[in-house]
Design a protein around this ligand. Structure first.
Ligand code: ADP
Ligand code: GLC
Length: 475
Protein backbone atom coordinates (compact mmCIF):
# COMPACT_ATOMS: atom_id res chain seq x y z
CA UNK A 1 0.00 0.00 0.00
CA UNK A 2 1.23 3.48 -0.79
CA UNK A 3 -0.15 6.61 0.84
CA UNK A 4 0.79 10.08 2.02
CA UNK A 5 -0.25 9.59 5.64
CA UNK A 6 -0.77 6.83 8.20
CA UNK A 7 -1.38 6.76 11.92
CA UNK A 8 0.50 6.95 14.24
CA UNK A 9 3.17 8.60 12.08
CA UNK A 10 1.46 11.40 10.17
CA UNK A 11 -2.14 12.54 10.02
CA UNK A 12 -4.23 15.40 8.70
CA UNK A 13 -7.51 13.51 8.30
CA UNK A 14 -9.32 10.22 7.99
CA UNK A 15 -6.94 8.89 5.34
CA UNK A 16 -4.33 8.31 8.06
CA UNK A 17 -6.81 6.31 10.15
CA UNK A 18 -7.73 4.13 7.19
CA UNK A 19 -4.15 3.50 6.03
CA UNK A 20 -3.31 2.34 9.52
CA UNK A 21 -6.39 0.23 10.29
CA UNK A 22 -7.02 -1.48 6.94
CA UNK A 23 -3.57 -3.13 6.73
CA UNK A 24 -3.89 -4.40 10.29
CA UNK A 25 -7.33 -5.83 9.51
CA UNK A 26 -5.91 -7.53 6.40
CA UNK A 27 -3.10 -9.02 8.48
CA UNK A 28 -5.69 -10.42 10.90
CA UNK A 29 -7.28 -12.14 7.89
CA UNK A 30 -3.94 -13.80 7.13
CA UNK A 31 -2.51 -11.44 4.49
CA UNK A 32 0.89 -9.72 4.58
CA UNK A 33 0.95 -5.98 4.02
CA UNK A 34 3.72 -3.40 3.63
CA UNK A 35 2.77 0.28 3.74
CA UNK A 36 4.94 2.97 2.14
CA UNK A 37 4.70 6.59 3.32
CA UNK A 38 7.14 9.54 3.33
CA UNK A 39 9.57 9.94 6.19
CA UNK A 40 8.23 13.28 7.34
CA UNK A 41 9.84 15.50 9.97
CA UNK A 42 9.39 14.02 13.40
CA UNK A 43 9.20 10.39 12.32
CA UNK A 44 11.94 8.67 14.26
CA UNK A 45 10.68 5.07 14.09
CA UNK A 46 12.39 2.47 12.02
CA UNK A 47 15.80 1.30 10.88
CA UNK A 48 17.38 1.83 7.52
CA UNK A 49 16.77 -1.30 5.45
CA UNK A 50 17.54 -0.32 1.88
CA UNK A 51 18.46 2.38 -0.54
CA UNK A 52 16.63 2.82 -3.83
CA UNK A 53 17.60 4.87 -6.88
CA UNK A 54 14.68 7.10 -7.84
CA UNK A 55 14.64 8.50 -11.37
CA UNK A 56 12.70 11.73 -11.73
CA UNK A 57 13.00 13.69 -14.95
CA UNK A 58 16.65 13.80 -15.92
CA UNK A 59 18.05 13.12 -12.48
CA UNK A 60 18.35 10.00 -10.37
CA UNK A 61 18.35 10.47 -6.59
CA UNK A 62 19.04 7.88 -3.93
CA UNK A 63 16.46 7.53 -1.19
CA UNK A 64 16.95 5.59 2.01
CA UNK A 65 14.10 3.32 3.05
CA UNK A 66 13.45 2.91 6.77
CA UNK A 67 11.19 0.20 8.15
CA UNK A 68 9.33 -0.60 11.32
CA UNK A 69 6.91 -3.46 12.01
CA UNK A 70 3.96 -3.14 14.34
CA UNK A 71 0.82 -5.28 14.71
CA UNK A 72 2.16 -7.42 11.87
CA UNK A 73 2.24 -4.53 9.41
CA UNK A 74 5.57 -3.30 8.07
CA UNK A 75 5.68 0.43 7.42
CA UNK A 76 8.38 1.66 5.05
CA UNK A 77 9.41 5.31 5.10
CA UNK A 78 10.85 7.00 2.04
CA UNK A 79 13.57 9.36 3.19
CA UNK A 80 14.27 12.46 1.15
CA UNK A 81 14.81 15.35 3.57
CA UNK A 82 14.62 18.07 0.91
CA UNK A 83 11.07 16.95 0.14
CA UNK A 84 9.75 15.57 3.39
CA UNK A 85 11.63 17.11 6.30
CA UNK A 86 9.24 20.06 6.44
CA UNK A 87 6.92 21.68 8.93
CA UNK A 88 3.70 20.31 7.37
CA UNK A 89 2.61 17.48 5.11
CA UNK A 90 1.17 19.35 2.15
CA UNK A 91 1.70 23.05 2.71
CA UNK A 92 1.60 25.82 5.26
CA UNK A 93 -1.70 27.52 6.06
CA UNK A 94 -3.80 27.53 2.90
CA UNK A 95 -0.71 27.47 0.64
CA UNK A 96 0.32 24.14 -0.86
CA UNK A 97 4.04 23.57 -1.24
CA UNK A 98 4.99 24.69 -4.75
CA UNK A 99 6.82 21.43 -5.47
CA UNK A 100 4.11 18.97 -4.40
CA UNK A 101 4.13 17.47 -7.90
CA UNK A 102 7.78 16.51 -7.46
CA UNK A 103 7.38 15.46 -3.83
CA UNK A 104 4.59 12.99 -4.48
CA UNK A 105 5.91 11.82 -7.84
CA UNK A 106 9.06 10.99 -5.88
CA UNK A 107 7.07 9.05 -3.28
CA UNK A 108 5.27 7.06 -6.00
CA UNK A 109 8.45 6.30 -7.90
CA UNK A 110 10.39 5.36 -4.77
CA UNK A 111 7.60 2.99 -3.71
CA UNK A 112 7.50 1.33 -7.10
CA UNK A 113 11.31 1.08 -7.30
CA UNK A 114 11.30 -0.52 -3.85
CA UNK A 115 8.64 -2.98 -4.96
CA UNK A 116 10.60 -3.87 -8.10
CA UNK A 117 13.91 -4.33 -6.28
CA UNK A 118 12.94 -5.60 -2.85
CA UNK A 119 12.75 -9.22 -3.86
CA UNK A 120 9.27 -9.35 -2.40
CA UNK A 121 6.67 -10.60 -4.79
CA UNK A 122 3.79 -8.24 -4.12
CA UNK A 123 0.51 -9.67 -5.45
CA UNK A 124 -1.30 -6.34 -5.40
CA UNK A 125 -0.32 -2.69 -5.13
CA UNK A 126 -2.90 -0.40 -3.57
CA UNK A 127 -2.56 3.39 -3.78
CA UNK A 128 -4.61 6.03 -1.96
CA UNK A 129 -5.68 9.48 -3.15
CA UNK A 130 -4.06 11.89 -5.60
CA UNK A 131 -0.71 11.91 -3.81
CA UNK A 132 -0.16 8.35 -5.01
CA UNK A 133 -2.13 8.56 -8.26
CA UNK A 134 1.08 8.05 -10.25
CA UNK A 135 1.56 4.58 -8.73
CA UNK A 136 -0.98 2.92 -11.07
CA UNK A 137 0.45 4.87 -14.00
CA UNK A 138 4.00 3.72 -13.22
CA UNK A 139 2.90 0.12 -12.72
CA UNK A 140 0.68 -0.25 -15.72
CA UNK A 141 2.35 2.12 -18.16
CA UNK A 142 5.91 3.26 -17.44
CA UNK A 143 7.11 0.00 -15.88
CA UNK A 144 4.50 -2.33 -17.33
CA UNK A 145 7.24 -4.54 -18.78
CA UNK A 146 9.05 -5.14 -15.47
CA UNK A 147 9.00 -8.79 -14.43
CA UNK A 148 8.13 -7.85 -10.83
CA UNK A 149 4.83 -6.34 -11.97
CA UNK A 150 3.61 -8.87 -14.50
CA UNK A 151 -0.03 -9.53 -13.67
CA UNK A 152 0.13 -7.28 -10.59
CA UNK A 153 -3.02 -5.15 -10.36
CA UNK A 154 -2.89 -1.54 -9.18
CA UNK A 155 -5.85 -0.69 -6.99
CA UNK A 156 -6.63 2.98 -6.54
CA UNK A 157 -8.83 4.31 -3.73
CA UNK A 158 -10.41 7.76 -3.85
CA UNK A 159 -10.84 9.17 -0.37
CA UNK A 160 -11.81 12.59 -1.59
CA UNK A 161 -12.50 13.69 -5.16
CA UNK A 162 -12.15 17.35 -4.25
CA UNK A 163 -8.37 17.01 -4.05
CA UNK A 164 -7.20 16.31 -7.58
CA UNK A 165 -3.45 16.86 -7.68
CA UNK A 166 -3.62 19.42 -10.51
CA UNK A 167 -0.35 20.78 -11.88
CA UNK A 168 0.89 22.74 -14.85
CA UNK A 169 1.83 20.67 -17.89
CA UNK A 170 5.40 21.99 -17.66
CA UNK A 171 5.87 19.46 -14.85
CA UNK A 172 5.63 16.51 -17.27
CA UNK A 173 9.32 16.41 -18.35
CA UNK A 174 10.49 17.23 -14.81
CA UNK A 175 8.57 14.20 -13.56
CA UNK A 176 9.89 12.01 -16.35
CA UNK A 177 6.43 11.60 -17.89
CA UNK A 178 6.01 11.55 -21.68
CA UNK A 179 4.11 14.31 -23.46
CA UNK A 180 1.82 11.66 -24.95
CA UNK A 181 0.26 11.38 -21.48
CA UNK A 182 -1.08 14.89 -21.98
CA UNK A 183 -4.19 13.40 -23.52
CA UNK A 184 -7.81 13.40 -22.49
CA UNK A 185 -7.70 9.60 -22.22
CA UNK A 186 -4.60 9.79 -20.00
CA UNK A 187 -3.81 12.42 -17.36
CA UNK A 188 -4.78 15.70 -19.03
CA UNK A 189 -7.49 17.62 -17.19
CA UNK A 190 -8.63 20.94 -18.61
CA UNK A 191 -5.22 22.04 -19.80
CA UNK A 192 -3.34 20.71 -16.78
CA UNK A 193 -2.27 17.31 -15.51
CA UNK A 194 -4.05 15.53 -12.67
CA UNK A 195 -2.46 12.88 -10.44
CA UNK A 196 -5.96 11.84 -9.36
CA UNK A 197 -6.88 11.19 -12.97
CA UNK A 198 -3.72 9.10 -13.37
CA UNK A 199 -4.99 6.84 -10.59
CA UNK A 200 -8.48 6.63 -12.05
CA UNK A 201 -7.41 5.99 -15.64
CA UNK A 202 -4.57 3.55 -14.92
CA UNK A 203 -6.02 1.82 -11.85
CA UNK A 204 -7.02 -1.80 -12.46
CA UNK A 205 -9.86 -1.29 -10.00
CA UNK A 206 -11.03 1.95 -8.43
CA UNK A 207 -12.70 2.10 -5.08
CA UNK A 208 -14.06 4.83 -2.92
CA UNK A 209 -14.92 4.76 0.73
CA UNK A 210 -18.69 4.28 0.77
CA UNK A 211 -21.25 2.79 -1.64
CA UNK A 212 -23.30 5.99 -1.68
CA UNK A 213 -20.28 8.16 -2.57
CA UNK A 214 -19.39 5.69 -5.35
CA UNK A 215 -22.77 6.46 -6.90
CA UNK A 216 -22.65 10.21 -6.22
CA UNK A 217 -19.27 10.83 -7.85
CA UNK A 218 -20.65 9.58 -11.14
CA UNK A 219 -23.06 12.55 -11.20
CA UNK A 220 -22.23 16.14 -12.24
CA UNK A 221 -23.27 17.45 -8.81
CA UNK A 222 -20.63 15.49 -6.89
CA UNK A 223 -18.20 14.59 -9.69
CA UNK A 224 -16.05 17.76 -9.59
CA UNK A 225 -15.60 17.42 -13.35
CA UNK A 226 -14.56 13.77 -13.03
CA UNK A 227 -18.06 12.26 -13.31
CA UNK A 228 -17.65 11.46 -17.03
CA UNK A 229 -14.28 9.78 -16.47
CA UNK A 230 -15.70 7.83 -13.54
CA UNK A 231 -18.78 6.76 -15.48
CA UNK A 232 -16.50 5.47 -18.22
CA UNK A 233 -14.82 3.27 -15.58
CA UNK A 234 -17.98 2.33 -13.72
CA UNK A 235 -17.53 -1.41 -14.40
CA UNK A 236 -14.36 -1.23 -12.30
CA UNK A 237 -15.55 1.24 -9.68
CA UNK A 238 -17.07 0.28 -6.34
CA UNK A 239 -17.59 1.63 -2.84
CA UNK A 240 -16.35 -0.12 0.29
CA UNK A 241 -17.37 1.51 3.54
CA UNK A 242 -14.51 2.36 5.89
CA UNK A 243 -14.47 0.67 9.23
CA UNK A 244 -13.40 2.22 12.47
CA UNK A 245 -10.53 1.10 14.60
CA UNK A 246 -12.03 -0.02 17.89
CA UNK A 247 -8.55 -0.41 19.36
CA UNK A 248 -8.36 3.38 19.18
CA UNK A 249 -11.99 4.42 19.34
CA UNK A 250 -13.89 2.56 22.00
CA UNK A 251 -15.13 4.32 25.15
CA UNK A 252 -14.66 1.14 27.17
CA UNK A 253 -10.85 1.29 26.72
CA UNK A 254 -10.08 4.84 25.64
CA UNK A 255 -7.01 6.03 27.53
CA UNK A 256 -7.98 9.68 27.03
CA UNK A 257 -11.16 9.40 29.11
CA UNK A 258 -11.39 9.90 32.87
CA UNK A 259 -13.79 6.96 33.32
CA UNK A 260 -14.39 4.24 30.72
CA UNK A 261 -17.97 3.45 29.77
CA UNK A 262 -20.20 1.39 27.52
CA UNK A 263 -23.90 1.13 26.73
CA UNK A 264 -24.67 -0.55 30.05
CA UNK A 265 -22.94 2.09 32.23
CA UNK A 266 -23.01 5.60 30.83
CA UNK A 267 -21.80 7.48 33.91
CA UNK A 268 -18.32 7.67 32.35
CA UNK A 269 -19.92 9.74 29.64
CA UNK A 270 -21.05 12.31 32.23
CA UNK A 271 -17.52 12.43 33.61
CA UNK A 272 -16.17 13.07 30.11
CA UNK A 273 -18.72 15.84 29.60
CA UNK A 274 -17.69 17.54 32.79
CA UNK A 275 -14.02 17.27 31.83
CA UNK A 276 -14.62 18.77 28.38
CA UNK A 277 -16.68 21.65 29.78
CA UNK A 278 -13.91 22.40 32.27
CA UNK A 279 -11.11 22.08 29.74
CA UNK A 280 -12.72 24.49 27.28
CA UNK A 281 -14.04 26.88 29.92
CA UNK A 282 -17.79 26.38 29.48
CA UNK A 283 -20.00 26.37 32.60
CA UNK A 284 -19.69 22.99 34.30
CA UNK A 285 -22.21 23.62 37.11
CA UNK A 286 -25.51 21.67 37.29
CA UNK A 287 -27.14 23.93 34.74
CA UNK A 288 -24.14 23.75 32.39
CA UNK A 289 -24.04 19.96 32.60
CA UNK A 290 -27.79 19.59 32.09
CA UNK A 291 -27.64 21.56 28.85
CA UNK A 292 -26.93 19.36 25.81
CA UNK A 293 -23.38 19.74 24.52
CA UNK A 294 -22.97 19.78 20.74
CA UNK A 295 -19.50 18.70 19.61
CA UNK A 296 -17.69 19.24 16.32
CA UNK A 297 -14.24 17.96 15.30
CA UNK A 298 -13.29 18.86 11.82
CA UNK A 299 -11.12 20.34 9.17
CA UNK A 300 -12.56 23.85 8.77
CA UNK A 301 -13.36 23.77 5.08
CA UNK A 302 -16.43 24.18 2.86
CA UNK A 303 -16.74 20.39 2.50
CA UNK A 304 -17.65 20.11 6.16
CA UNK A 305 -20.52 22.63 5.91
CA UNK A 306 -18.79 25.48 7.72
CA UNK A 307 -20.41 27.97 5.37
CA UNK A 308 -23.84 26.73 6.53
CA UNK A 309 -22.79 27.13 10.13
CA UNK A 310 -21.37 30.60 9.45
CA UNK A 311 -24.78 31.60 8.01
CA UNK A 312 -26.50 30.42 11.18
CA UNK A 313 -24.00 32.22 13.39
CA UNK A 314 -25.81 33.78 16.33
CA UNK A 315 -28.85 31.49 15.91
CA UNK A 316 -26.81 28.68 17.45
CA UNK A 317 -26.38 30.10 20.96
CA UNK A 318 -30.10 30.88 21.04
CA UNK A 319 -30.76 27.14 21.17
CA UNK A 320 -30.80 25.43 24.54
CA UNK A 321 -27.36 23.93 23.96
CA UNK A 322 -23.63 24.56 24.32
CA UNK A 323 -21.17 24.10 21.47
CA UNK A 324 -17.57 22.99 21.38
CA UNK A 325 -15.56 23.04 18.18
CA UNK A 326 -12.12 21.50 17.69
CA UNK A 327 -10.69 22.18 14.28
CA UNK A 328 -8.24 23.86 12.01
CA UNK A 329 -8.28 24.89 8.42
CA UNK A 330 -9.39 27.98 6.56
CA UNK A 331 -8.64 31.21 8.31
CA UNK A 332 -12.07 32.75 7.64
CA UNK A 333 -13.84 29.90 9.45
CA UNK A 334 -11.41 30.05 12.34
CA UNK A 335 -12.26 33.75 12.61
CA UNK A 336 -16.05 33.16 12.46
CA UNK A 337 -15.81 30.71 15.34
CA UNK A 338 -13.38 32.76 17.40
CA UNK A 339 -15.81 35.69 17.11
CA UNK A 340 -18.80 33.56 18.01
CA UNK A 341 -17.01 32.23 21.07
CA UNK A 342 -15.98 35.73 22.10
CA UNK A 343 -19.59 36.95 21.87
CA UNK A 344 -21.10 33.92 23.61
CA UNK A 345 -18.49 32.63 26.05
CA UNK A 346 -21.12 30.85 28.15
CA UNK A 347 -22.33 28.80 25.18
CA UNK A 348 -19.62 28.46 22.59
CA UNK A 349 -16.04 27.28 22.98
CA UNK A 350 -13.48 26.87 20.26
CA UNK A 351 -10.14 25.11 20.14
CA UNK A 352 -8.21 25.86 16.98
CA UNK A 353 -5.56 23.24 16.33
CA UNK A 354 -5.10 19.51 15.96
CA UNK A 355 -5.42 17.64 19.24
CA UNK A 356 -5.89 13.88 19.24
CA UNK A 357 -6.62 13.57 22.99
CA UNK A 358 -9.15 16.39 22.87
CA UNK A 359 -10.85 14.75 19.89
CA UNK A 360 -11.41 11.60 21.95
CA UNK A 361 -12.72 13.60 24.89
CA UNK A 362 -15.17 15.58 22.77
CA UNK A 363 -16.42 12.38 21.12
CA UNK A 364 -17.18 11.08 24.60
CA UNK A 365 -18.27 14.24 26.36
CA UNK A 366 -20.62 15.68 23.77
CA UNK A 367 -24.29 14.66 23.66
CA UNK A 368 -24.75 15.49 20.00
CA UNK A 369 -22.16 15.38 17.23
CA UNK A 370 -22.74 17.87 14.43
CA UNK A 371 -21.37 17.07 10.97
CA UNK A 372 -23.26 19.03 8.29
CA UNK A 373 -20.95 18.04 5.40
CA UNK A 374 -21.95 19.14 1.90
CA UNK A 375 -20.31 15.97 0.63
CA UNK A 376 -18.64 13.22 2.60
CA UNK A 377 -16.82 10.29 0.96
CA UNK A 378 -17.17 8.28 4.16
CA UNK A 379 -16.60 10.28 7.31
CA UNK A 380 -15.24 8.65 10.42
CA UNK A 381 -16.35 10.98 13.17
CA UNK A 382 -20.02 10.10 12.84
CA UNK A 383 -19.09 6.44 13.31
CA UNK A 384 -16.92 7.26 16.34
CA UNK A 385 -19.86 9.25 17.69
CA UNK A 386 -22.26 6.35 17.32
CA UNK A 387 -19.88 4.16 19.31
CA UNK A 388 -19.53 6.83 22.01
CA UNK A 389 -23.29 7.29 22.46
CA UNK A 390 -23.02 10.77 20.97
CA UNK A 391 -25.97 11.17 18.64
CA UNK A 392 -24.95 12.44 15.19
CA UNK A 393 -26.74 15.21 13.32
CA UNK A 394 -25.61 14.95 9.70
CA UNK A 395 -26.44 15.90 6.16
CA UNK A 396 -27.69 12.81 4.29
CA UNK A 397 -24.82 12.57 1.84
CA UNK A 398 -22.15 10.02 0.93
CA UNK A 399 -20.94 7.87 3.80
CA UNK A 400 -23.07 9.80 6.29
CA UNK A 401 -26.09 8.43 4.46
CA UNK A 402 -24.70 4.88 4.64
CA UNK A 403 -23.96 5.01 8.37
CA UNK A 404 -26.58 7.14 10.16
CA UNK A 405 -30.24 6.10 10.21
CA UNK A 406 -32.58 9.04 10.67
CA UNK A 407 -34.78 8.75 13.75
CA UNK A 408 -38.32 8.00 12.64
CA UNK A 409 -40.58 10.55 14.38
CA UNK A 410 -43.41 8.01 14.61
CA UNK A 411 -41.49 5.10 16.15
CA UNK A 412 -38.37 6.75 17.61
CA UNK A 413 -36.28 4.14 15.76
CA UNK A 414 -32.96 5.30 14.34
CA UNK A 415 -29.42 6.26 15.27
CA UNK A 416 -29.23 9.98 14.46
CA UNK A 417 -30.80 12.97 12.77
CA UNK A 418 -30.26 13.56 9.08
CA UNK A 419 -31.30 16.32 6.74
CA UNK A 420 -31.52 15.97 2.98
CA UNK A 421 -31.20 19.47 1.69
CA UNK A 422 -27.89 20.95 2.75
CA UNK A 423 -29.16 24.40 3.78
CA UNK A 424 -28.93 26.46 6.99
CA UNK A 425 -32.67 26.10 7.80
CA UNK A 426 -32.58 22.32 7.25
CA UNK A 427 -29.53 22.03 9.48
CA UNK A 428 -31.19 24.08 12.18
CA UNK A 429 -34.38 22.00 11.97
CA UNK A 430 -32.43 18.75 12.35
CA UNK A 431 -30.51 20.15 15.30
CA UNK A 432 -33.80 21.20 16.91
CA UNK A 433 -35.21 17.70 16.43
CA UNK A 434 -32.15 16.28 18.17
CA UNK A 435 -32.35 18.74 21.06
CA UNK A 436 -36.08 17.99 21.50
CA UNK A 437 -35.37 14.28 21.63
CA UNK A 438 -32.62 14.91 24.19
CA UNK A 439 -35.24 16.21 26.62
CA UNK A 440 -37.09 12.87 26.51
CA UNK A 441 -34.68 10.62 28.35
CA UNK A 442 -36.13 7.20 27.38
CA UNK A 443 -36.30 8.22 23.72
CA UNK A 444 -32.73 9.55 23.88
CA UNK A 445 -31.40 6.47 25.64
CA UNK A 446 -32.92 4.28 22.94
CA UNK A 447 -31.28 6.30 20.16
CA UNK A 448 -27.94 6.17 21.98
CA UNK A 449 -28.24 2.43 22.54
CA UNK A 450 -29.13 1.81 18.89
CA UNK A 451 -26.02 3.75 17.80
CA UNK A 452 -23.71 2.08 20.30
CA UNK A 453 -24.85 -1.35 19.10
CA UNK A 454 -23.78 -0.68 15.50
CA UNK A 455 -20.78 -2.65 14.33
CA UNK A 456 -18.42 -0.77 12.03
CA UNK A 457 -15.37 -2.93 12.70
CA UNK A 458 -12.82 -3.21 9.91
CA UNK A 459 -13.17 -6.95 9.48
CA UNK A 460 -16.00 -6.90 6.98
CA UNK A 461 -14.50 -3.99 5.00
CA UNK A 462 -11.12 -5.74 4.93
CA UNK A 463 -12.80 -8.89 3.61
CA UNK A 464 -14.32 -6.85 0.79
CA UNK A 465 -10.90 -5.41 -0.11
CA UNK A 466 -9.35 -8.87 -0.03
CA UNK A 467 -12.06 -10.18 -2.35
CA UNK A 468 -11.48 -7.25 -4.69
CA UNK A 469 -7.70 -7.87 -4.68
CA UNK A 470 -8.34 -11.50 -5.55
CA UNK A 471 -10.70 -10.67 -8.40
CA UNK A 472 -8.21 -8.15 -9.81
CA UNK A 473 -5.28 -10.57 -9.39
CA UNK A 474 -6.99 -13.53 -11.05
CA UNK A 475 -8.14 -11.54 -14.02
P1 ADP B 1 -11.67 13.98 6.73
O1 ADP B 1 -10.69 12.91 6.46
O2 ADP B 1 -12.41 14.42 5.50
O3 ADP B 1 -11.10 15.13 7.46
P2 ADP B 1 -12.98 12.01 8.47
O4 ADP B 1 -14.21 12.10 9.29
O5 ADP B 1 -12.82 10.83 7.61
O6 ADP B 1 -12.82 13.37 7.68
O7 ADP B 1 -11.71 11.93 9.43
C1 ADP B 1 -11.28 12.98 10.20
C2 ADP B 1 -10.30 12.44 11.21
O8 ADP B 1 -9.44 13.50 11.63
C3 ADP B 1 -10.96 11.92 12.45
O9 ADP B 1 -10.18 10.89 13.01
C4 ADP B 1 -10.97 13.15 13.35
O10 ADP B 1 -11.06 12.83 14.71
C5 ADP B 1 -9.66 13.78 13.00
N1 ADP B 1 -9.60 15.23 13.18
C6 ADP B 1 -10.06 16.21 12.35
N2 ADP B 1 -9.77 17.43 12.84
C7 ADP B 1 -9.12 17.22 14.00
C8 ADP B 1 -8.55 18.10 14.99
N3 ADP B 1 -8.60 19.41 14.87
N4 ADP B 1 -7.95 17.54 16.06
C9 ADP B 1 -7.89 16.20 16.19
N5 ADP B 1 -8.40 15.33 15.31
C10 ADP B 1 -9.01 15.83 14.22
C1 GLC C 1 -11.35 11.64 3.23
C2 GLC C 1 -12.83 11.96 3.30
C3 GLC C 1 -13.54 11.29 4.45
C4 GLC C 1 -13.08 9.85 4.62
C5 GLC C 1 -11.57 9.80 4.74
C6 GLC C 1 -11.04 8.38 4.90
O1 GLC C 1 -10.57 12.54 3.92
O2 GLC C 1 -13.09 13.35 3.29
O3 GLC C 1 -14.93 11.32 4.21
O4 GLC C 1 -13.67 9.29 5.77
O5 GLC C 1 -11.00 10.32 3.57
O6 GLC C 1 -11.43 7.54 3.85
Amino acid sequence: MVASEAMPFAKTGGLADVVSALPRALVRLGHAVDVVIPRYRGITAGDRVARVAVPLGTSVTDADIYAVTSAGVRTLFVDHPAYFDRECLYGVGNEDYADNAARFAFLARAAVEWAAAAGERYAVVHAHDWQTGLVPLLLRHTMAGAAAFRGVPAIFTIHNLAYQGLFETSWLPRLGLEWELLHVDAIEFWGRISFLKAGIVFGSRITTVSPQYAREIQTPEFGFGFDGILRSRSAHLSGILNGIDYDEWDPARDRHLPVPYDASRLDGKDAAKRLVLELVGLPADDEGRRRPLVGMISRLVDQKGFDLLADLGDELPRLDASFVLLGSGERRYEDVWRNLAARHPQRIAVRIGFDEAMAHRIEAGADVFLMPSRFEPCGLNQMYSLRYGTVPVVCATGGLCDTVRNVDPATGEGTGFTFGDCSPPALLAALRRALDAYRHRPVWRRIQAAGMAQDFSWESSARQYAALYERAYNK
